[in-house]
Structure formats: C-alpha cells, structure tokens
Design a protein around this ligand. Structure first.
Ligand code: PLP
Length: 397
C-alpha cells in the first residue's frame, strides 16, 4: 500500500488551488475578462527589468558548465555572502553567510525549518488565520498543529490565548508578518512582548521554543509601516525568506533560511537545517536564480500597483457596505462574509463570477480572502459584481 496521507494530499487540492483551477475552466468557457478571479497570490506585476538583464548577462558571460552546475548543497558561497551583507544592512545586526541556506522559495524554507526542529509529537503553534499549507508542512514533519486565534478585527497576537496554548510540548511558533490572508503586520512592541513571553515559557517548561518567521511579504508594506527584524527580539528565531512576491518570481522557486548568529547553538541548528534539506531533497536551489538574486535581491517589483489596487478595492467595498480591516502589507483583503458560512458565501459569489477564497482553511470562520494582486482594471470591473452580490443579501433579509 502506498502512503495514504500523501495520496489524500495529492487527490484533494487546497481550497485556493481548487478555486484557481475552477477559474481556469470558467475563463475558457466565458472569456477571461468576464471572470473576476481573486483566488491566488500570483504577483501581477513583472519582475524588475534588472532581473532580466542580470540573467541575460549571466547566460552570455558565464561558462555554462559552471552556471548550470551544482552549487554547494546550502547554496553558492558568493551568493550567501551577498545575502548576508544585504540582511546585515537591513537589520543592523550580525548575519553570517555560513548560516544561510538557499531554498526553493518560502514553502521549502518552512518545510526544511520544521523538519530541522521538530521531533514526532512536538506541537507547532500557528496564529489563526494562517496560510493553510502550514498544517501540511507541520504534520509532514511529525508535529501536531495547534491553532491560536488572533484578536478579532486587528488580527494581532492575542497574548492571553497564546500564553494558554504554550505547553511543554511546544517546539515552534510560526509567525507570518505581513500576513496572508489579513495583511496585518506585527509591530515592534508586540514582538518585544512575544520575545518576553517565549523566554518566560521556555524557563517554565525547561525546553526550547523556536520562532519560525515566514516573511515572503516583508517588502510589501504600505505607508510608513515597517517590518521589524524579528531575531532582534527573540534569539531562537529562524527567518524564512522568498523572492516570490517582492521580486515577482514565484515560479522560479528561490528563497533562503537565515539562522542568526545570536541564536544559541547556531551552528548546530544550521547543521540540522542542512540535514533536513538533505533528507527532503532540497539541496542546491536553482543555480541561475541564486546568482540572479545575489545581484537583485535588494530590488522590488513595482509595488505601487498593489497600493493603488488596495485603495480602489478598499474604497469600493467600504462604499458598498462590506467590512474589513485595512491591510498594512501583503496583497490580500480579508473581508467579513455576509453570512456565517463563508464557503456558502463564496459559492454564491461564483454566481456573480467572483472567485473569492473562504476563510475556513485559514483556520477561522466567516471571512473571505480577496487577492488583489490582479490588474487594476479587474478590480474596477469587479466592483459592480461585488455590489450585486451585496444587494442579493439585502433582498434576502
Ligand atoms: N508563506 C505564505 C504566507 C505564502 O502566502 C506563500 C505563498 O503564497 C508561501 C509561504 C509560499 O511561498 P513560495 O512561493 O515562496 O514558496
């Protein structure tokens, strides 16, 4: 008998992917312009021109045998040095190239980190709402996923709930800021409080609790919002980064794990990261992309489009009567559904050709996620459909 868990995972797509595939079919039936697909977080702006230039230059000037050859399992040394320098500049904190592990994006960063830390039966805490794949990744690593709800409305950390959920079996907490699906950014004051809480609980439980920071949206913030460098607040932090969103390169599968030198037993943790990468077959992230991000990692795609989309969508939906908390980062709007059953609401939205993700798989009920990494025209053209959907509920009541 083959592995039943893997079979089940392969046979049933995630709610997001399911909707995305539905959208593909629907677009073929009635034309792409008639479907308002807000299902997936696929960046809608191209990568910066410099990325193309750098890749062309690499292809034209570097010996192809070297360019396309294996790098070290943990990534090319010069690439890791460039990333360490960029991280050091950003954070003002020490970063070592020898503690950076190149990965195939945030998904790989997360699975590798979890496998490096977790022993079977350990608990991994996630703050709900959370990216649904966390459950898949944590359970594959042998952990039990523990959901802790965030504060209602602000979607910030509920410290009382978190304190109550931490047990002697807690091995890690996954933190995602800016957040998918709420766009919430955790401020420095809360990170300081979190650091204090985790240190206190570690002392109580006589164990180690790690913070796994999933940061693919780090560069996507609005106004004067800043994303603090989390290891400055808590020593046992692993940073999982990806260029998927900031550089608009999700299909190229490139990112990294950073183990801060301030982490106790940093060398041992890094060795476990390398071991997990080896065990999972995540060695030598795509070489061409490694060299490209080493030269372009400090750039971002033109993110002003998301800012404009966020404004038009927020104003338009608020004007109709929908309620939500303005996101400080990422490119998602998390909106209250107009009935208790978010899945039923999103099914109904399909009648208006609106593809919205119900919140159930994010670990909370009663909301829907709108990915606004789409063309601005799509948002403008979808607003009448959102109005018609809203009015259909007014009629019912
Ligand atoms: N973490 C979060 C919160 C995400 O939203 C995503 C992708 O949408 C990922 C991780 C995976 O990112 P990557 O494409 O870099 O693997």
């Amino acid at each position: 008998m083959i592995n039943k868990k893997m079979l089940a995972l392969g046979q049933k797509r995630s709610a997001i992917r399911e909707l995305f595939e539905f959208g593909r079919k629907r677009k073929a039936e009635i034309g792409a312009e008639n479907v308002f697909d807000f299902s997936i977080g696929n960046p809608s702006v191209p990568a910066p021109e410099k990325v193309t230039q750098v890749m062309k230059e690499l292809l034209e000037t570097v010996d192809p045998v070297q360019l396309h050859g294996y790098t070290s399992a943990q990534g090319d040394a010069s690439v890791r040095a460039a990333i360490a320098a960029a991280e050091e500049e950003r954070s003002g904190q020490p970063v070592s190239p020898d503690l950076i592990y190149m990965t195939c994006g945030a998904a790989a960063s997360l699975t590798v980190s979890l496998h490096a830390l977790v022993n079977p039966g350990d608990e991994v805490i996630v703050l709900a709402p959370y990216f649904p794949e966390y459950r898949v990744f944590a359970e594959k690593a042998g952990a039990l996923l523990v959901e802790v709800p965030c504060l209602p409305d602000t979607f910030q950390i509920d410290f009382d709930a978190l304190a109550a959920a931490i047990s002697p079996r807690t091995k890690a907490l996954i933190l995602n800021s800016p957040n998918n699906p709420t766009g919430a950014v955790i401020p420095a004051a809360d990170l300081a409080r979190l650091g204090d809480l985790l240190r206190e609980k570690e002392a109580d439980c006589d164990g180690e609790i790690y913070l796994i920071c999933d940061e693919p949206y780090r560069a996507l913030v609005y106004g004067d919002v800043e994303v603090p460098y989390v290891p400055a607040f808590y020593e046992r932090t692993l940073v999982c980064y990806s260029y998927s969103k900031a550089l608009s390169l999700p299909g190229e599968r490139i990112g990294y794990i950073l183990v801060p030198p301030t982490m106790p037993n940093a060398a041992e943790i890094y060795a476990a990261v390398c071991g997990a990468g080896r065990a999972l077959g995540f060695v030598c992230a795509p070489a061409l992309m490694q060299y490209a991000v080493a030269k372009c990692g400090n750039l971002t795609a033109n993110l002003s489009v998301y800012e404009e989309n966020r404004r038009i969508l927020s104003e338009g939906l608020a004007d109709i009567g929908y309620t939500f908390t303005a996101p400080d980062g990422a490119f998602y709007l998390f909106v209250k559904a107009l009935e208790e059953d978010a899945a039923a609401f999103c099914e109904k939205a399909k009648d208006f050709e609106l593809l919205l993700v119900p919140s159930d798989s994010f670990g909370v009920k009663g909301y829907l996620r709108i990915s606004y990494c789409v063309s601005t025209q799509q948002i403008q053209r979808a607003l009448p459909a959102f109005r018609a959907l809203y009015e259909s509920y007014q009629k019912e009541n």
